[in-house]
Design a protein around this ligand. Sequence first.
Ligand code: ACO
Length: 335
Amino acid sequence: MYTSKISGLGYYVPENVVTNDDLSKIMDTNDAWIQERTGIKERRHIKKGDGNSTSIMGVKAAKIALERANVTTDDIDFIIFATLSPDMYFPGGGVRVQDMMNMNTIPALDVRNQCSGFVYAISVADQFVKTGMYKNVLVIGSENHSGGLDMTTRGRGVSVIFGDGAGAAVVTRSEEKGSGILSTHLHSEGAHAKELSLEGPSTEHWVPEIIAENPQEDIPYYPYMNGQFVFKNAVVRFSEVINEGLQKNNLSAADIDMLIPHQANLRISQFVQKQFRLSDDQVYNNIQKYGNTTAASIPIALTEAWEAGKIKKGDLVVLAAFGSGFTWGSAIIRW
Ligand code: ACO
């Protein structure tokens, strides 16, 4: 049995910065409300014509990750692409990355696990590498939320939270025992699928049906979020799944050098930080700058933390996510 490690990281965010004040010009919201509830100051939105899409941003992040992993596209055996906002309804983003990066005919798999998509994708990569089937797996989390949000007062409870961007990691076979990805832990609870969801267009809500059955004021093709219910579940599940990972490896919270929580909401991250009695240096947050970028949030934050020198060889790094599904998970990594 091999071990697996993250050998390279990269991220990309669109240049277009959208501040809370910018949003307050198009909907009834304000900087104080958004910062107080979520910690978010600004986010990035793809601008029409800037050449970005979910898969294109993924490619930009992936190129940086490959370079840092010191591998070329020829070395990559498998692509795993996590997103809730693919360029097309089908096929997914993985095959588009495969095409744009000219990666022969290597397999590409899309993971549809929303905010915990990157943790799920890392877990899948980890299994393929540890069993020896693949040596280098490219894992991407990318989202283009902005085009699909209700940017009116009606949608303000959701639309102020989300931003666009992509992050990528190369998961590589290693022979070093006791380091790399030590374990991953995944869960779901489909009973709450509708509490954070986008119902249509889908096979349950085809477009003609939506138009026929819904008045314009109540169209189900914008995301819906039961914010307080999500918040309450998130703080519990984050803690459970971090504890599960620590216990599995005979570790305790005191061993954590860096926790990278999915950037759902700064208040959720602060709640978790308090529960585990971690210092500000032990938790990385960048939701202030990028909002919630769903499957991209952990790889963007992980890359930034690594670039800033906050993650060093030997450190215990914990990734943890919770989101729509509900789905949640953690990854325990000895860097
Ligand atoms: N600007 C101004 N006012 C707003 C806005 C806004 N953007 N959005 C909602 N309001 C208003 C509401 O209309 C409501 O007004 P009312 O009292 O007159 O009815 C009031 O503010 C309070 O609304 P709530 O929805 O009750 O506000 P709450 O305190 O619950 O905060 C929030 C909303 C921030 C979404 C919160 O519930 C939350 O953080 N939930 C966690 C969900 C989360 O973080 N999701 C991220 C995505 S999921 C994930 O990644 C796990």
